[in-house]
Design a protein around this ligand. Structure first.
Ligand SMILES: [Zn+2]
Length: 257
């Protein structure tokens, strides 16, 4: 039998059990990464997902090069993640309820938000408003996509203004924070949801603890930016185990619609 090791408690887990347990460690409840496709599979009703905006692809408008060309990074990310961008957007049913849903994938350039992520969220919000469907977004991001310079930072304002329109249309918007959600995504659309759910132990902050420590030359608490502390400080509304995310969203949809 194939074995894997928990990234947190390092205990050995049977691979099949680990998959059955939705990539959660049965010893320490560590929630491992999930791809956007896996996430959709455990969240929406089978066969109900219709993807849109899939034809919109990132372009290298700055001809950007750090240690590697942005064009090459994009090509590699596509192979690595099996996606063509860091978010999948579409329409689906969740326990029978029609929803507009977006799921970010950390495997695609660290879930970074560039122009295409912003545009797909805009299209998602437009669909949500046009069809009066609740909006659900699963966040997972290292922040803005630096290879797109200022264009990536503009997505913060763009996505927040989309959520403002959702609010004006009185449509509920729920965001699920997964590990990690930082930088420009934590500072934009993910923070302005009606209800913010978080998976246990998920890091959700603007700058990560190491960056903050290097900047202020002081150490930060061990639980800095983590779900328990965020809940205590009112940054999130509830911590939900992976297995309970779908039933919780279902309950919220019932309450809000
Ligand atoms: Zn563990």
């Amino acid at each position: 039998m194939e074995k894997i090791f928990c990234k947190k408690c390092k205990k050995e887990i049977d691979a099949e059990e680990y998959i059955r347990n939705l990539k959660v460690c049965s010893y320490c409840n560590f929630h491992d990464y999930m791809s956007a496709r896996e996430r959709l599979q455990i969240t929406v009703d089978e066969g109900s997902f219709k993807e849109f905006a899939v034809e919109i692809n990132s372009v290298d408008s700055l001809n950007f090069y750090d240690v590697k060309a942005y064009k090459d990074r994009l090509a590699e990310a596509k192979i690595k993640s099996g996606l063509n961008e860091a978010i999948i957007t579409g329409e689906a049913r969740l326990a029978g309820n029609k929803v507009s849903i977006g799921v970010m994938d950390f495997n695609f350039m660290g879930g970074s938000m560039g122009s295409v992520v912003g545009e797909r969220i805009k299209i998602l919000a437009d669909n949500s408003i046009a069809n009066k469907e609740p909006l659900i977004i699963f966040a997972a991001s290292g922040g803005a996509r630096m290879q797109e310079g200022i264009l990536s930072l503009m997505q913060m304002a763009k996505t927040v203004s989309c959520i403002n329109r959702i609010n004006e249309a009185k449509i509920p918007y729920f965001c699920v924070i997964t590990n990690p959600t930082t930088g420009g995504v934590s500072a934009s659309f993910s923070t302005v949801a009606d209800i913010i759910l978080s998976e246990p132990g998920a890091l959700f902050c603007f700058a990560g603890p190491r960056v903050v420590e290097q900047t202020i030359k002081k150490s930060v608490p061990a639980d800095f930016g983590l779900a328990d502390r965020n809940l205590k400080n009112g940054q999130i509304d509830m911590i939900v185990n992976r297995r309970e995310v779908k039933p919780t969203l279902e309950k919220l949809l019932r309450l809000f619609t």
